[in-house]
Design a protein around this ligand. Structure first.
Ligand code: AG3
Length: 280
């Protein structure tokens, strides 16, 4: 008998994956958590019915949410990840030799535990001595910091439940204050096909706060529509002016300097979304 899991991504569209087994399921204080073993993508973390990451395609999202800013900043030493309890972003960040401290602010301890137990290839770096795990409200944590981080990554779930505040102007402003004078913010901002208004709003907030703001894209097979956006706000450095020759390459599966540059090439409908007046 075949077992299938379907994420109903919108009212009219879904992603269906053939399931080998259900490894874990629990209701945490924040959400419903499940780990499924799928034929196509290996083990997969699902929160409130939404696919967060899979063993086989996680590298795209985790490399792209991290390395773009990590290469844009000439010497990233102290960084924070808000959300990201699976540890994938932390693993990528620690590939950069300049990193001294990564603070992971995850609200739901059960996500960290499930990742440690069922997704070791993603969570392996959580035990690194440079990582400080802070289980609690990332917004509250960021609001207590001043001039503390070179980069803040917002590796959130969709804007529902506890994550709504992670897309607000207020939070981006607090990140601006928690960053050093040449700091950078990167936030995952969903699909331009089905979350256009979220991108418009979130990117608009970031643009109104940071002197340099850029939207970039990556192809994540298991997320709704497969096309995913990231919003970057920077106090000083422009991600389009990176001197890659001055930097050592880190081992990656998706990211490289050409992909870095190409990720900022936006289709016209995405340009329109963020009101970018570029030559056509
Ligand atoms: N965060 C973004 C996942 C959004 C997926 N949405 C969905 N499946 N409807 C992923 C966190 C990984 N560290």
């Amino acid at each position: 008998m075949d077992l299938w899991y379907t994420e109903k991504q919108t009212e009219n569209m879904g992603l269906s994956l053939k399931v080998k087994s259900l490894l874990h399921r629990e209701t945490t204080p924040y959400q419903e958590l499940a780990v499924l073993d799928t034929v196509q993508y290996g083990r997969m973390l699902v929160l409130d019915g939404m696919v967060q990451t899979t063993e086989k395609d996680e590298y795209v999202y985790h490399e792209m949410i991290t390395h773009v800013a990590l290469y844009t900043h000439p010497n990233p030493r102290r960084v924070a990840v808000v959300g990201g309890g699976d540890g994938g972003a932390v693993r990528e960040i620690l590939k950069h030799p300049s990193i001294e401290k990564v603070v992971l602010a995850e609200i739901d301890e059960a996500v960290i535990e499930a990742a440690r137990r069922y997704l070791p290839s993603i969570s392996s770096a959580l035990d690194d001595p440079r990582v400080d795990i802070m289980v609690g409200d990332g917004i509250a944590h960021i609001k207590t910091r001043r001039d503390a981080y070179d980069i803040v990554f917002v590796d959130s779930t969709e804007p529902v439940g506890a994550a709504v505040g992670l897309f607000s102007r207020d939070f981006y402003q607090a990140i601006h204050e928690a960053l050093t004078e040449d700091g950078i913010l990167v936030a995952q901002t969903e699909s331009p096909y089905v979350n256009a208004s979220l991108i418009e709003k979130s990117f608009g907030h970031i643009r109104s706060i940071f002197p340099v703001s850029r939207l970039y894209l990556a192809c994540v097979p298991t997320y709704p529509t497969g096309l995913w956006s990231f919003s970057l706000g920077s106090k000083k450095y422009d991600p389009l002016q990176v001197d890659f020759k001055a930097r050592q390459a880190v081992p990656t599966v998706y990211y490289n300097p050409d992909v870095h540059r190409a990720a900022f090439a936006l289709p016209n409908f995405v340009r329109d979304l963020i009101g970018e007046e570029a030559a056509r």
